[in-house]
Design a protein around this ligand. Sequence first.
Ligand code: NAD
Length: 240
Amino acid sequence: MRRLVILTGAGISAESGIPTFRDPGGVWEKYDLEQVATPEGFRRNPDLVHEFYNARRRDLLRVEPNAAHLALAELERSWPGEFLLVTQNVDDLHERAGSRRVIHIHGELLKVRCEVCGRVFRETGKIFTRTPCPFCGKPGGLRPHVVWFGETPFHLEEVYEALIRCELFVAIGTSGTVYPAAGFVEVARRAGAHCVELNLKPAENAHLFHEHRYGPATRVVPEWVREVLEESLSGSGKAL
Ligand code: NAD
């Protein structure tokens, strides 16, 4: 099995110190989703939304990739076939760990988009409602380059193309509740892929996977990566 698609969710970054979405104590418990993660919320109160994402950007710059991110980067470097990493995360910890082929279907926290001229650019600092776009100079058009509830995720065509061809599908640290990502396992299954769940606890869609390993990502992911690499290098391909 040489065509591999990996899907990651908030759980892989939890041990780096980025709170997950639904787990107790998560950042989202403290904020009203409708206010900070929907287009309607942004129209109603852009100052609050910018304040929220300015704080998320600041927090992201203070954390580091963990052993699970590093293991996936090593897997990509050593994998003998096609490799695609699809993430629901808006953080850049996969890239900082060394991953190269990464698709962010929910956008990227360290990018900003101008709704006037359409430019997307890297931003690590603060932006405000009246901050002018550095490209077109117009104020009032900047927004976080993330996908809010009710918006269409990015790059889905490329993801589905990989899913319908894949032989091994692995979901890591995702609750299986946010669509369309929660449906990727069904597409991979229909394509005949072996589907593996690596998670802290069973996801909502756990019954759709053939194999499960539960525990913190920093333990479970490096263990699994070691096994698949050993098997792929020994040529047995048993668990692949
Ligand atoms: P989720 O919060 O709904 O689920 C988190 C999953 O991770 C759960 O299954 C949980 O059991 C698991 N988990 C928690 N700690 C873990 C650990 N240490 N090791 C392994 N697994 C662990 O997250 P989701 O499924 O990714 O969907 C939520 C949405 O929230 C996505 O749209 C994503 O864009 C967004 N989000 C992103 C980030 C980020 O970029 N790091 C953080 C929070 C939320």
